[in-house]
Design a protein around this ligand. Structure first.
Ligand code: AP5
Ligand code: MG
Ligand code: ZN
Length: 217
């Protein structure tokens, strides 16, 4: 299955993607995770991406489309993939459509996780991530068993640089201006499913499953 997860920063795309890929057995492709890996490896791509991410702005389309093209052309994506955080501009969505066409395939579903704005700020400023395995936590809503320690691997938890309140605000503005228009883009194509993301994590998963025709409840 070829799926796009759409939604504002903090909607729960990464949290749900981690659960979904274990059930669907497709690769989880997150452009944000790819950029963060490039930053921690100190590559040129990482340096360029960081200059935008730190300001809460989008990395230029030409860069982002390039890395997605390379990733989706890999053999593990032949049977499907779950895109998390891509596309997030109209030119990116159009580039993905052309890529799908070149590969004689198409997207099966776009899952739009919808969460009210005032909930997103709390979610983002309270998020912690594992430095070692990337597992996502929240100080209140999804806390680890031991403070600052990853349940999955024992790794240290950290706060993303772009989860400070000032950067969060510009990320939310960028979402409204550049990414929200994709909702009607995919609605017109008839593949959009909007899910209420303001419920417990397992309830959101169940509804995402329903939208995909799976019974996970
Ligand atoms: P990216 O890493 O994609 O960040 P984002 O889109 O801003 O989304 P987040 O990862 O912040 O949120 P999420 O929806 O994954 O939520 P999560 O599951 O973690 O991108 C970062 C940056 O990279 C961008 O700003 C941009 O600069 C660049 N970039 C990336 N892709 C790009 C592209 N295509 N083009 C250009 N630039 C790009 O959950 C959030 C918190 O809420 C967690 O603490 C979690 O525990 C908690 N939570 C989750 N679900 C629930 C629930 N149901 N109830 C309560 N709490 C919950
Ligand atoms: Mg994420
Ligand atoms: Zn971990």
């Amino acid at each position: 299955m070829k799926i796009v997860l759409l939604g504002p920063p903090g909607a729960g795309k990464g949290t749900q993607a981690d659960i979904l890929v274990k059930r669907l057995l497709v690769p989880h492709i997150s452009t944000g995770d790819m950029f963060r890996a490039a930053i921690s490896n100190g590559t040129e791509l990482g340096k360029e991406a960081k200059s935008y991410m730190d300001k809460g702005q989008l990395v230029p389309d030409i860069v982002t489309v390039g890395i997605i093209k390379d990733r989706i052309s890999m053999s593990d994506c032949r049977e499907g993939f779950l895109l998390d955080g891509f596309p997030r501009t109209l030119p990116q969505a159009e580039a993905l459509d052309s890529l799908m066409e070149e590969m004689s395939t198409s997207l099966d579903a776009v899952l739009n996780i919808s969460v009210p704005l005032d909930r997103l700020i709390d979610r983002l400023t309270g998020r912690r991530m594992c430095r070692n395995c990337g597992t996502i936590y929240h100080l209140l809503y999804n806390a680890p068993e031991v403070e600052n320690v990853c349940d999955a691997c024992g790794g240290e938890l950290y706060q993303r640089d772009d989860d400070k309140e000032a950067t969060v605000k510009s990320r939310l503005e960028v979402y409204e201006a550049q990414t929200a228009p994709l909702i009607s883009y995919y609605e017109q194509k008839g593949i959009l499913h909007t899910i209420n993301g303001d419920q417990p994590i397992n309830a959101v998963t169940a509804q995402l499953g329903e939208a995909l025709g799976e019974n996970w409840s």
